[in-house]
Design a protein around this ligand. Structure first.
Ligand code: MG
Length: 360
C-alpha cells in the first residue's frame, strides 16, 4: 500500500447565501480537492478550504504545501501509517489546511483497506448527528429574516455570529431569540470581536434578559488566552475556544490555564484527524467537552470532520452546517443532510467514491 501520487485540483463553489462574520464576508468558496493514489489501487479523497484571516492559508499556499508534503511522503507505505503521519506533520511548520487535506485522504485509504467506514476505524458507532445552523452577522432585521427562513429546516440550535459592536450585538441576539422563541438554544460566536470586559458585560446583560444562551465562542483575540480566562472566570456561561485552539499544544495550554469550558476542533486548524485525536484526548483527560466544526468547507472535508466527530465521546456538539451553504457538492457519496441531521454513510472510508467532474 505504497503512496504513489497526490493529485490536486480546485473547484469554485458559489454559496447559496453569503456567509458573514466579524472577520469576513464570503459569497463563494475555493475548495482544494486532493486524490492520494496507491499501488494497491486504493484511492483516498481529501479537501481543504483557504481561510486566510483565520488559518493564514491561501489557495496558493495550500497547493504549495500539498506539493511539499507530496515530495516527502510519496513512496512511503500505509502498511505502517505512523511514520507517514509523523512525516506529514514534521516536514513543514504550520500549513494546517494542506496537512488536513492529505491527512484525511490517508485515513480514507486506511479505512478502505480494512473495508470499514472511517468512524469505525477511529472507534465510533453512531452515524447520524445533529448540526446547528449559522446565522450570519448583519442588521438585527436581516438576522431575524434569515433565522425565520432557516428555521423551516427544523433546526433546534442556532449559531449566531456577532462581535462587531457590543450594544448592537445584544440587540441582534434579543431580536433573534424573540423571533425563534424562548426554547431555541443559541450559541454565540463573536469571532474575536470583543475585549474581555466587553464580553463579560454582554454575557451578563444576556443572562439578565434570560436569553437561552448555550455557550459563548471565541469572545476575544485568538492569542489572548488571559482574556479568555478572564471571561470564563467572570461569566456564569460556558466559554469555548475556537481561533485560540489550533494545535494540541494550544489545547494543553488552555486546559492548564483553566481558560475555557470547551474546545472547538476543526481539521483545517489542527492539520487533520491525527492531531484532532490528540486534542480530543487532552480535552477528555481534563473533562473539557468539545465541539467539532469546520471552516466554510464543502462536503468532502466536512465528511472527514463528521467521521472524527462521532468517534470520540468527548465531542458533544456538532457545528457542521457549512455544506448547507454550498450550491454544489463536489463529492460522489460521502455525507448527506436531512434537515438538521448529518448522515454519515456506512461505506468504507469517508464513503466518497469519486469527485464530480462538473461539481453539480
Ligand atoms: Mg467560531
Amino acid at each position: 500500500m505504497e503512496i504513489t501520487d497526490i493529485l490536486i485540483h480546485t473547484v469554485t463553489i458559489p454559496l447559496i447565501t453569503p456567509f458573514k462574520t466579524a472577520l469576513r464576508t464570503v459569497t463563494e468558496i475555493e475548495n482544494i480537492l486532493v486524490t492520494v493514489t496507491t499501488d494497491s489501487q486504493l484511492v483516498g479523497y481529501g479537501g481543504a478550504a483557504p481561510t486566510a484571516v483565520i488559518t493564514g492559508d491561501t489557495l496558493g499556499s495550500i497547493m504549495g504545501g500539498i506539493e511539499h508534503i507530496r515530495a516527502n511522503i510519496v513512496g512511503m507505505s500505509l502498511e505502517n501509517p505512523e511514520p507517514v503521519f509523523q512525516t506529514l506533520n514534521n516536514c513543514l511548520v504550520g500549513n494546517t489546511s494542506a496537512k488536513a487535506a492529505v491527512d484525511m485522504a490517508l485515513y480514507d485509504i486506511i479505512a478502505k483497506s480494512l473495508k470499514v467506514p472511517l468512524y469505525r476505524l477511529l472507534g465510533g458507532k453512531a452515524h447520524e448527528i445533529e448540526t446547528d445552523i449559522t446565522i450570519s452577522l448583519d442588521t438585527p432585521e436581516k438576522m431575524v429574516a434569515e433565522t425565520l427562513d432557516k428555521l423551516k429546516g427544523g433546526y433546534q440550535i442556532l449559531k449566531i455570529k456577532v462581535g462587531s459592536d457590543p450594544e448592537l450585538d445584544i440587540e441582534r441576539l434579543q431580536a433573534v431569540q424573540d423571533a425563534a422563541g424562548p426554547e431555541m438554544k443559541i450559541r454565540i460566536d463573536a469571532n474575536q470581536g470583543w475585549s474581555a470586559k466587553e464580553a463579560v458585560a454582554v454575557g451578563r446583560e444576556l443572562q439578565s434578559r434570560k436569553l437561552n444562551i448555550e455557550l459563548m465562542e471565541q469572545p476575544v483575540k485568538a492569542r489572548d488566552f488571559i482574556g479568555m480566562k478572564y471571561v470564563r472566570d467572570h461569566l456564569d456561561m460556558p466559554v469555548m475556544a475556537d481561533e485560540s485552539v489550533f494545535s494540541p499544544q494550544d489545547a494543553l495550554e488552555l486546559v492548564n490555564m483553566q481558560a475555557v469550558d470547551g474546545l472547538n476542533i476543526k481539521l483545517m486548524k489542527c492539520g487533520g484527524i491525527y492531531n484532532a485525536l490528540k486534542i480530543a484526548a487532552i480535552a477528555e483527560t481534563a473533562g473539557i467537552p468539545c465541539m467539532v466544526g469546520s471552516m466554510m468547507e464543502s462536503h468532502v472535508s466536512v465528511a472527514a470532520a463528521a467521521h472524527f466527530a462521532v468517534s470520540r465521546a468527548i465531542v458533544k456538539r456538532f457545528d457542521l452546517d457549512a455544506p448547507l451553504f454550498c450550491s454544489k457538492n463536489p463529492a460522489v457519496g460521502g455525507i448527506s443532510y436531512q434537515g438538521r441531521s448529518v448522515i454519515i454513510p456506512n461505506e468504507p472510508g469517508l464513503g466518497i467514491t469519486a469527485f464530480r467532474k462538473s461539481g453539480k
